[in-house]
Ligand binder design. Structure first.
Ligand SMILES: *[C@@H]1O[C@H](CO)[C@@H](O)[C@H](O)[C@H]1NC(C)=O
Length: 260
């Protein structure tokens, strides 16, 4: 999730694999929006859908980089990072990250850096400098999980330096991760999704919105985006559709109307 003052649109992308595990949530919005309630899920409109060139399968997450006004997409198998224009139709660049494993989501963390999360046990968060393409930092995330139902979503709070990670199932939860600077990290539960998000079957992505101090949470199995407080209170829900089984499509939602 990334915010820009120049746009009053939100984009959301869903890429669902046959296995039903690869989905991304990306929100872009203006701090000063013409919309009466700029973050209200009720004002989201599905405007278009694009097939991402060069990524035929296994697209699993997206992030917006305001400095370049471009989108980055991560592929989980084989792992790769792809930069597109904001229409999602033109590939600008790609980075080989095939030394990583099952890279399920990415987040722009500011300062020209992207962070990527790996799903399975022992998988960590890996930070890349966009300009040079170089890997700059890695740290483990030690929450108990399985290869099949692990860390599926990633977001970042630039104010606190905390990463928010969505664990898909067993348990479904939102956890906070703070790197220690030595390759390890501390983690703790923020939202117990088994209790708080009883209406949905899984958590596939999370987007923390600093302006609200809230999260938007995507459930692929239940075709829904939830807007939730950090205490897990669901404020709003939006039913969405995703494309399956070809997980290379990005659905673009905007606020109020598609012409903006
Ligand atoms: C997509 O991922 C699956 C494993 O999850 C793999 O078998 C398949 O080859 C990948 N697709 C491509 C085009 O690499």
């Amino acid at each position: 999730m990334r915010l820009t003052q120049r746009r009053r649109q939100r984009q959301r992308s869903t890429q669902g694999a046959a296995a039903g595990r690869r989905v991304a949530l990306l929100l872009l919005a203006a701090a000063l929006s013409a919309s009466a309630e700029p973050w209200s899920l009720g004002s989201f409109r599905l405007c278009s859908s694009v097939r991402l060139p060069w990524v035929d399968q296994n697209a699993s997450g997206a992030a917006y980089v305001p400095e370049s006004n471009t989108l980055w997409v991560v592929r989980n198998e084989p792992p790769g990072l792809f930069e597109y224009d904001t229409s999602g139709t033109r590939l600008l660049r790609w980075l080989d990250i095939s030394w990583l494993k099952d890279t399920e989501d990415l987040a722009y963390i500011g300062g020209g850096r992207l962070a990527v999360v790996e799903e399975g046990p022992g998988g960590g968060i890996h930070v890349f400098d966009i300009a040079s393409g170089r890997h700059v930092e890695s740290f483990n995330v030690a929450n108990p999980r399985t290869q099949e139902y692990g860390n599926e979503g990633l977001s970042y709070d630039p104010g606190s330096g905390i990463y928010y990670v969505a664990q898909e199932k067993w348990p479904r939860r939102i956890l906070a991760v703070r790197p220690n600077g030595d390759g390890s990290s501390q983690w703790w539960n923020v939202v117990d999704g088994d209790a708080a998000y009883r209406g949905v079957g899984d958590i596939a992505a999370v987007a923390y919105v600093p302006q609200l101090g809230q999260v938007f949470v995507l459930s692929q199995e239940s075709n829904r985006v939830l807007r939730s407080t950090m205490e897990g209170r669901v404020l709003q829900e939006l039913w969405v559709t995703g494309s399956q089984p070809e997980p290379n499509e990005m659905a673009i939602y905007k606020v109020d109307d598609c012409g903006a």
